[in-house]
Design a protein around this ligand. Structure first.
Ligand code: FAD
Ligand code: AMP
Length: 478
């Protein structure tokens, strides 16, 4: 390996690999260092997102959704199936195949763009040098004009539920069960807990989600959160709020979990498996030499400004290892921005418009401001909502649970937030993101023609409802 680079990126997750590709596209001599390997010691580019996060969880969500549809949904369409069964090892194998295909995809993109891939554990030294320790223990040092730290995050562990990686697992272990657990406990009703709980619930587990907070999906618009909670309840996901887990004990093949309920009383539940999904923390273990000069913030994230610059000139940090929501697309956008800044271009990330999606069925998604945030800011606003129950495409598909909500500024009509729970919610909210990125008004959405019959018509009707003239629903008198 040449030892002098324009850009050295540490971490090949969605933040790091995207940054490396963009930097190479801009003509910068780029290396991307990552330590993730398979059981044969071969590089597995793609980080958490590809190896144990976004993609494998969606692979299992897709399989379990198909199974659940066949089991519960087909009958209404007049389709009958006998002896329906789920082969869990085959499902896991398919998931692993999807990951492998995408790992190879990133390797191919690195080759096509001229990014050098280095396998090993990196440590940032003073003077923009990086020490790389290979799998066999050999050490080399490279230097780079610019260093981009993209080392991501790891699951948080809590003292009441130490992992044994068999009965008590984290999100990674929950992607590898060899059979459907009869009773499954999930700690944390965040995005990851709800998605993984849904996978196994659809396959037949009796799932209980224990959540310490008293409100459900505290960061989402609360009208959408309440609607989502109703839908999940119908799906028999037992979500217990104000339930703080305080202890656990593995007894044979099961685990006894103790939690404090709303009244502060201790309750005990027994599960065959327990998934701990209480959040993630930035990963910076052994990453910096003592004199590297990089500072962390009070929560352990690498401290950066709005343009991802650390306190050391020429050293940037992006993705889960820095402040902001831990989302793949947020890190990728930061990666592109940093590559462009290094190439002396003007670049920024619009942190006001980061879409959030929960890939349950139906999906929950949002972008922009919630009604609670707009209210708190004192801005005067208008709201339009529209239920999927009045959308022909949704009824035809037996997918009529949920709604779309559009919030607009009362004075300027500018769209401030788009929120949805329902079929294709992620894609509909993405249409809202495009509208908001271009500073669209509710009227712009009203005057846009939507194909019929589409799920997107719910977004159109919600925008019309903002001014009280939705067509396929009686409007509230104003
Ligand atoms: P990571 O993806 O964590 O990558 C960091 C990389 O750095 C790793 O490959 C690691 O090996 C490498 N590394 C670390 N330290 C070193 C070192 N010293 N030397 C060399 N290499 C190093 N986000 C979404 O947007 N949508 C989703 O649907 C979604 N679903 C998720 C589901 C699950 C179950 C989980 C766990 C996460 C999910 N996420 C999702 C979050 C998403 O995976 C992360 O936000 C994203 O992976 C962060 O990207 P990153 O590049 O910052 O870090
Ligand atoms: P997120 O950070 O979105 O992944 O969600 C993690 C969730 O886990 C949060 O909603 C926390 O309130 C919840 N949580 C953290 N610790 C506990 C605990 N001991 N018992 C129950 N829920 C917890």
């Amino acid at each position: 390996m040449t030892d002098k680079f324009d850009v050295a990126v540490i971490g090949a997750g969605p933040a790091g690999y995207v940054c490396a590709i963009r930097a190479a596209q801009l003509g910068l001599k780029t290396v991307c260092i990552d330590k993730w390997v398979d059981d044969k010691g071969k590089a597995k580019l793609g980080g958490t997102c590809l190896n144990v996060g976004c993609i494998p969880s969606k692979a299992l969500l897709d399989t379990s959704h198909k199974f659940h549809e066949a089991h519960r949904g087909f009958k209404a369409h007049g389709i009958s199936l006998d002896n329906l069964d789920i082969d869990v090892p085959a499902m896991i194998k398919r998931k692993d195949k999807v990951i492998k295909q995408m790992n190879m995809g990133i390797s191919g993109l690195f080759k096509a763009n001229g990014v050098e891939a280095a396998l090993g554990t990196a440590k940032v030294l003073a003077g923009k040098q990086i020490e790389i320790t290979a799998e066999d223990g050999s050490v080399s040092v490279i230097s780079a004009e610019n260093i981009v730290i993209a080392t991501g995050s790891v699951p948080i562990e809590i003292p009441p539920t130490p992992l044994d990686n068999d009965i008590i697992v984290d999100s990674t272990g929950a992607l590898e069960f060899s059979e459907v657990p009869g009773r499954l406990g999930v700690i944390g009703a965040g995005v990851i807990g709800l998605e993984l709980g849904s996978v196994w619930s659809r396959l037949g587990s009796k799932v209980t989600v224990l959540e310490a907070q008293e409100s459900f999906l505290a960061l989402a618009d609360q009208q959408i959160a309440k609607e989502s909670a109703k839908i999940f309840k119908k799906q028999k996901l037992d979500i217990r709020l104000s339930a703080r887990v305080v202890g656990s004990e593995i007894k044979g093949n099961e685990v006894e979990v103790r939690y404090l309920d709303t009244a502060g009383e201790e309750k005990t539940e027994t599960y065959d498996k327990l998934i701990v999904c209480v959040g993630r923390r930035p990963y910076t273990e052994n990453l910096f030499a003592a004199d590297a000069g990089i500072n962390l913030d009070e929560r352990g994230f690498v401290f950066v400004d709005d343009q991802c610059r650390t306190d050391v000139p020429g050293v940037f940090a992006i993705g889960d290892v820095v402040r902001g929501p831990m989302l793949a697309h947020k890190g990728s956008e930061e990666g592109v921005m940093v590559a462009e800044l290094i190439a002396e271009k003007v670049a920024q990330v619009n942190y006001e418009l980061i879409p959030s999606v929960i890939y349950t069925h139906p999906e929950v998604a949002w972008a922009g401001k919630t009604e609670e945030e707009v209210k708190a800011s004192g801005e005067e606003y208008k709201v339009g909502t529209f239920p999927f129950a009045a959308i022909g495409r949704a009824v035809a598909a037996s997918e009529s649970d949920g709604m779309v909500k559009v919030i607009a500024d009362k004075a300027t009509d500018r769209v401030l937030g788009v929120h949805a729970v329902g079929p294709c919610a992620a894609e509909l909210v993405q249409q809202g993101v495009i509208a908001m990125e271009f500073s669209a008004s509710a009227e712009d959405l009203q005057l846009t023609m939507f194909g019929h019959p589409t799920f997107g018509e719910a977004l159109h009707e919600a925008a019309l409802a903002v001014d009280g003239h939705a067509i396929h629903m009686p409007n509230r008198k104003r």
